[in-house]
Design a protein around this ligand. Structure first.
Ligand code: G
Ligand code: G
Ligand code: MN
Ligand code: NA
Length: 254
């Protein structure tokens, strides 16, 4: 129970923070936005990975509060960077299934945008296929409401879930992120290559933007660019950084 109790108070104790990882346009090399990635600095355990504590946060019912804080912080940070002249950066925020289904979810998004004075088009919410399919009718309604607000919706970890192509056509999405497992298999066999190429061409057909995640080598980045994949994210481009380090890196790069 120790970790549970710590998690309940982690927000108040300011133990949670966000890292940011850039998304670049493969054609121009420009950073177009960042993915916000949650981290927990536990007083005894040190850094705890989100894969370990987010399921727990869902279970003990603190994900709504934490999730709202993540959206709010990401919007505030992004507006701050825009004001500092880092460009018209967007931000992508991961949303867990329970957070997405919560009745107050839309209001959380509206409040965060308003509080940060961030234009909605700069916010993208990342949902996994399994989150979307848990209650498909409700998901589609909520996604349409988000898009009415001007917020963008992305499918995260694309290819690892079960969305059939017919579902995909009916889902109101703006982008999809090819799961990193496909990117790491890009050069290992011809199937890996064919799968990525098929996802990219499907994205084009559906008129959704395609992001390759987990790009770890220059070869992968070049292959993706040759395949006309628009956007990429990964350690080859930049690892996730805390805000202060992010700003240092950005000003050195200018
Ligand atoms: O950053 P890292 O690779 O450790 O993230 C592991 C997982 O945690 C990924 O699936 C990512 O989507 C998820 N994750 C990171 N930050 C958040 C967050 O703020 N909210 C939710 N729900 N998931 C997150
Ligand atoms: O599930 P989601 O796509 O949100 O997870 C993103 C996670 O992937 C982040 O937590 C980040 O730490 C991790 N990540 C980012 N770039 C790379 C990469 O190039 N390789 C690997 N293996 N993981 C990455
Ligand atoms: Mn993600
Ligand atoms: Na992902």
């Amino acid at each position: 129970f120790e970790i549970e109790n710590h998690l309940r108070t982690a927000l108040q104790k300011k133990e949670l923070f966000l890292c940011y990882q850039p998304l670049v346009d493969l054609k121009t090399g420009r950073v177009t936005g960042n993915e916000a990635l949650l981290r927990w600095n536990h007083p005894h355990l040190g850094l705890v990975a989100p894969l370990e504590f987010i399921p727990l946060a869902e279970e003990i019912g603190v994900i709504e509060e934490i999730g709202a804080w993540v959206i709010q912080s990401a919007c505030l940070q992004t507006k701050d960077w825009q004001r500092k002249g880092f460009g018209s950066l967007g931000v992508s925020v991961n949303v867990s299934a329970r957070q997405f289904r919560e009745p107050g979810f839309l209001q959380v998004v509206i409040d965060a945008l308003k509080q940060a004075s961030l234009e909605p088009e700069y916010l993208t919410l990342e949902l996994t296929e399994s989150t979307m399919l848990q209650n498909i009718d409700h998901s589609i309604l909520t996604m349409k409401e988000l898009q009415k607000l001007g917020v963008k919706v992305s499918i995260d970890d694309f290819g690892t879930g079960y969305s059939s192509l017919s579902y995909l056509r009916s889902l109101p999405i703006n982008s999809l992120k090819i799961d990193k497992s496909f990117i790491s298999n890009l050069q290992t066999d011809s199937n890996g290559f064919s799968i990525v190429r098929a996802i990219i061409s499907m994205g084009r057909g559906l008129e959704v933007e395609v992001v390759a995640e987990g790009v770890e080598t220059q070869e992968q980045a070049e292959l993706l660019r040759e395949m006309s994949c628009q956007y990429a994210q990964g350690f080859f481009i930049q690892k996730p950084l805390q805000s202060s380090d992010y700003e240092k890196g950005a000003s050195e790069g200018q």
